[in-house]
Design a binder for this molecule. Structure first.
Ligand code: COA
Length: 413
C-alpha cells in the first residue's frame, strides 16, 4: 500500500471552499500540502460559522484535512523572499485569490515560471476571460451564472440554488483533475504549465444535460418534463422540478411518516412497469394500451406517479426501497444529513469519518469519496494556524533557527 501522490509537494495558497477542496483531495492521495495563511488571521473560514468559541470552525476543519499550515505575510519583503523559495521547492502551486491579487503581490505567471519552470500553477476564478473576469465570485453566484439556478426548482417558482456545492467543491474537483493531468504531462515533457478553472465553466459542465435540452427545445417540447403536455415551454430550458434528467421518467413521491424527508425517488424503466404495477395493485394497467408503453405514459407521468404515491404513502421509504429494489426498480430514499451522519456503511467505507482534534474534540467529516485500491486515504485533522511554520521553514527551505527568528521578528511569518 502506498500513497499515490507521495513526493508531490503542493504550495497551497487557497482559501474558503473551492481551492481548499482541491488541495484536500490531493493531500488525501498523499501529496505534501503546505497551506500558506496570513499571520494572525489565516483562512477566513477558521472563524466563520463557528459552533464552538475559540476553536477552528467545522467549515475550516472539514476542508483542510491532511495539510500543514505555515503563516506568511506575502506583502513584506521577507515574506516575498520566503514565497519565492517555496515556489522553488514545490511541484504545484494552487490559488483562488480574487482576480489580480497574486499579480499585485508580485507573482505573475511569468514570474512564477521564471522561479520554477517545472511548476504546475493552478488557479480558480469566478469567470474566464470576458466581461466578468474581474468579479469576485462565491458559490451561489457560480450556480446562478453557470445554468444551474435557471434549471433548478419548480416551473411556477423562482430559480433555486442547490445544496450541493457544485460551484465551489465542483470546481475544486475539476481543478484537481487538471493538476494531476499536468503533473502526468510533466513526467514526459519535463515542463510545468498553467491550469485554470472558472467556476462558471465548472457549473456549466455539470449542467451539460440542460444545454442538451436547450437545443432539443428547437425541435419540439421536452416530453419528459412536467410541463408536457399541458404547460408552456418558453425559449429556454425550463425548471424541471423533480423530473429525471435522463431518458427514464422519475419523481420524488411521498412515503409514510409525513416528515420533510419522507420521500423516495422512483424511476420507471420499461422492464420495471409490470412488477411495479403488480406491487401497487394496478395489474390491469400492465397490458392496457393506454398505459403499457413509455410513449403512451409520457403525457400522463403525473398520474403514474400519483398512483405509485398512493402505495408508497402506506410504507416507510426504507420499506419501499427494499420492495422495489428486489424488483429491479431503481429508487432512492431521500436521506437527511442526520441519516447520512449516522449511516454505518458510510462509516465502514471511510466516506464519513470521525477525526480527533486538539482544540475542538472529535468532529465528523466526509472522507475521500474516491477509493484507490493500492492507495487508501487516511483522514488526518486539519492543522492549527501556523502549526508547521518552523518545521516548513527549517526542513523544506533549509532556514536556520536564527533566520526563522528574524523572519518572525519582521512579522513575515
Ligand atoms: N499575506 C498577505 N496578504 C494576503 C495573504 C497573505 N498570506 N493572503 C491573501 N492576502 C491578500 C490578498 O493579496 C488580497 O489583497 P489585495 O486585495 O490588496 O490584492 C487580500 O488578501 C484579499 O484576498 P482576496 O482573494 O481578494 O479575498 P477576498 O476575501 O476579498 O475575496 C473571494 C474572496 C473568494 C471572493 C475571492 O478570493 C475570489 O473571487 N476568488 C476566486 C473565486 C473563488 O474561488 N471563489 C470561491 C471561494 S469559495
Amino acid at each position: 500500500m502506498s500513497e499515490a501522490l507521495k513526493g508531490v509537494r503542493i504550495l497551497d495558497m487557497t482559501h474558503v471552499q473551492s481551492g481548499p477542496t482541491c488541495t484536500q483531495l490531493l493531500a488525501w492521495f498523499g501529496a505534501d500540502v503546505i497551506k500558506v495563511e496570513r499571520p494572525g488571521v489565516g483562512d477566513i473560514t477558521r472563524g466563520q460559522l463557528r459552533d464552538l468559541p475559540d476553536a477552528d470552525s467545522l467549515y475550516f476543519t472539514m476542508l483542510n484535512s491532511n495539510k500543514r499550515s505555515v503563516t506568511l505575510n506575502t506583502k513584506t519583503e521577507k515574506g516575498k523572499e520566503i514565497l519565492t523559495r517555496l515556489i522553488e521547492e514545490c511541484d504545484v502551486m494552487v490559488e483562488n485569490f480574487a482576480p489580480g491579487a497574486l499579480d499585485r503581490m508580485g507573482f505573475t505567471w511569468e514570474r512564477i515560471q521564471e522561479i520554477n519552470p517545472k511548476i504546475v500553477y493552478a488557479s480558480i476564478k469566478g469567470f474566464g476571460p470576458g466581461a466578468y473576469e474581474d468579479c469576485k465570485v462565491y458559490e451561489n453566484v457560480a450556480q446562478c451564472t453557470g445554468g444551474s439556478a435557471s434549471t433548478t426548482g419548480f416551473d411556477d417558482g423562482p430559480p433555486v440554488v442547490t445544496g450541493a456545492q457544485i460551484g465551489d467543491s465542483g470546481t475544486g474537483l475539476h481543478l484537481a483533475l487538471g493538476i494531476v493531468t499536468a503533473l502526468y504531462h510533466r513526467t514526459h515533457s519535463g515542463k510545468g504549465q498553467r491550469v485554470e478553472c472558472a467556476m462558471q465553466d465548472g457549473v456549466l459542465n455539470l449542467c451539460r444535460v440542460k444545454l442538451r435540452d436547450q437545443q432539443r427545445l428547437a425541435h419540439g417540447p421536452l416530453k419528459e418534463y412536467p410541463q408536457y403536455p399541458n404547460g408552456e415551454f418558453g425559449e429556454a430550458t425550463p425548471r424541471a422540478g423533480n423530473a429525471s434528467g435522463g431518458g427514464q421518467p422519475g419523481w420524488a413521491v411521498q412515503t409514510k411518516g409525513g416528515g420533510p424527508n419522507d420521500y423516495i425517488y422512483v424511476i420507471i424503466q420499461p422492464p420495471g412497469w409490470a412488477p411495479l404495477m403488480k406491487t401497487i395493485g394496478r395489474e390491469e394497467l400492465i397490458e392496457d394500451p393506454e398505459w403499457a408503453t413509455p410513449e403512451v405514459r409520457l403525457p400522463k407521468l403525473d398520474q403514474c406517479f400519483a398512483m405509485i404515491e398512493e402505495w408508497t404513502k402506506t410504507k416507510s421509504k426504507f420499506e419501499v426501497m427494499e420492495t422495489l429494489n428486489a424488483l429491479n426498480v431503481p429508487c432512492g430514499p431521500i436521506l437527511s444529513m442526520k441519516e447520512l451522519a449516522e449511516d454505518q456503511s458510510l462509516r465502514a467505507t471511510g466516506t464519513v469519518v470521525e477525526v480527533p482534534h486538539p482544540t475542538r474534540g472529535s468532529y465528523l467529516t466526509v472522507g475521500n469519496p474516491i477509493k484507490l485500491s493500492a492507495s487508501p486515504a487516511k483522514v488526518d485533522r486539519s492543522p492549527l494556524l501556523g502549526e508547521h511554520t518552523d518545521e516548513i521553514l527549517g526542513a523544506v527551505l533549509g532556514m536556520s533557527a536564527a533566520d526563522i527568528e528574524a523572519a518572525k521578528a519582521e512579522g513575515a511569518v
